[in-house]
Design a protein around this ligand. Structure first.
Ligand code: ATP
Length: 374
């Protein structure tokens, strides 16, 4: 049953929800994952990402809502009848079978006899052609995970679901496998939906990331968009560090909002403000630490016009190699964190020094100050 308006391999969740007794693990959720994309469900432990993935796989029955794949409603179909396959953190390889037979398993179960060409192609894809006759215990963790991916891809699913597949690997291997999975996805061109709690992993691999919090998708977007334009403090904090300043809307002109903060003014592009921003209303102004420059107060006259600026006093500084990280106390925001990429470190920038923090208004984002109040 193909629907003419949705002829592709999109994954579409419509009002999908999951409750366990009185507890709601996933609130009604509408989400479309475009065909061929690398999509990440990102969030802290317990936010509902695995439950969402399992509902797509058919391993968990939704309490309400529908799942469709390529325009076909698959909500009532058992997992094995859905054109999806899942890779779990525990690779679940068959220990007594060699790598070739592990990958061939799905084909043999379907009664296919001449599997050699397909298995070899798949082992080449995951760069394990040389390891075909080894047993799983003779491979590294990363290699075993690649066997699990090959085994999941051999039946040509439309969608590959990956549930924290790199969770058991050490950091270095994890980083390598992130790039490797990205390469495999680009090569096979099918949709990958990847569950992770690691923001760097999601940002490295995915075209689109859904940030989940307490059973809801809090924001959806490209990694760059989520980082540059977070719409909630949760997203701003989950994807990196942010500084926040409480400000009041003074006026709006030509696509810009002018805000009062402490004794000074800050400018925020209207397009980067997710708060209602009526005159006199409160806005939480955010700026990423690495966007901020730090100038000694004696040199404040050298700061170009048009930059947002606030004054403060250095509370702490630590040299971390490529840059120096400063903590600055300011009347508008205490413990303002600044990562300044000062190559020629100004020797006057030491704890106690009076400084001006300044940045391009284009790097400012505005959040609803009331959102976390309830
Ligand atoms: P993690 O990264 O720790 O796996 P997650 O974001 O994937 O977390 P889920 O596994 O989807 O979270 O679980 C979401 C919530 O639903 C959690 O609070 C969990 O305790 C609860 N939950 C999951 N399965 C069940 C179940 N069978 N019965 C009751 N509660 C459950």
């Amino acid at each position: 049953m193909t629907n003419q308006t949705d002829p592709t391999g999109d994954v579409r969740l419509t009002g999908i929800a999951k409750t366990y007794g009185a507890f709601t693990a996933v609130h009604p959720l509408d989400l479309t994952v475009p065909q061929g994309s690398f999509f990440a469900l990102l969030g802290a432990s317990g936010c509902g990402k695995t439950t969402t993935l399992r509902m797509i796989a058919g391993l968990e029955e939704p309490s309400s809502g529908t799942v469709s794949l390529g325009g076909q409603d698959v909500t009532a179909l058992p997992p094995y009848k859905r054109p999806v396959n899942t890779v779990f953190q525990s690779y679940a390889l068959f220990p007594h079978l060699d790598i070739f037979e592990n990958v061939a398993f799905g084909l043999r179960r379907r009664g296919l006899r001449s599997v050699k060409k397909q298995v070899e192609e798949m082992l080449d894809l995951v760069q394990l052609g040389e390891q075909a006759r080894k047993k799983p215990h003779q491979l590294s963790g990363g290699q075993q995970q690649r066997v699990a991916v090959a085994r999941a891809l051999i039946n040509h699913p439309k969608v590959l679901l990956l549930d924290e597949p790199l969770g058991a690997l050490d950091l270095k291997l994890r980083r390598q496998m992130q790039l490797e999975l990205k390469r495999i996805q680009t090569e096979v061109g099918i949709t990958f939906i990847h569950v992770t709690h690691d923001q760097e992993e999601a940002m490295t691999m995915a075209d689109t990331v859904a940030v989940m919090n307490a059973g809801r998708v809090e924001q959806l977007g490209s990694p760059a968009d989520l980082y540059e334009n977070p719409r909630t403090t949760f997203v701003a904090n989950f994807l990196g560090t942010s500084n926040f300043i409480e400000a009041e809307v003074d006026s709006k002109t030509g696509g810009e909002i002018v805000l009062k903060a402490g004794g000074g003014k800050l400018v925020l592009p209207e397009a980067r403000c997710s708060a209602p921003a009526a005159t006199g209303g409160k806005v939480l102004v955010g700026v990423r630490p690495e966007k901020i420059s730090l100038t000694h107060a004696d040199d404040a006259g050298e700061i170009p016009e048009g930059r947002n600026r606030i004054t403060g006093k250095i509370a702490d500084s630590s040299f971390i190699g490529v840059s120096t990280q400063y903590v600055v106390d300011s009347p508008v925001c205490s413990d303002f964190e600044v990562y300044a990429q000062n190559i020629d470190r100004d020797p006057r920038l030491v704890p106690g020094a009076e400084v001006v923090l300044h940045w391009n208004p284009a790097h400012t984002f505005g959040l609803d100050a009331a959102q976390d109040a309830d």
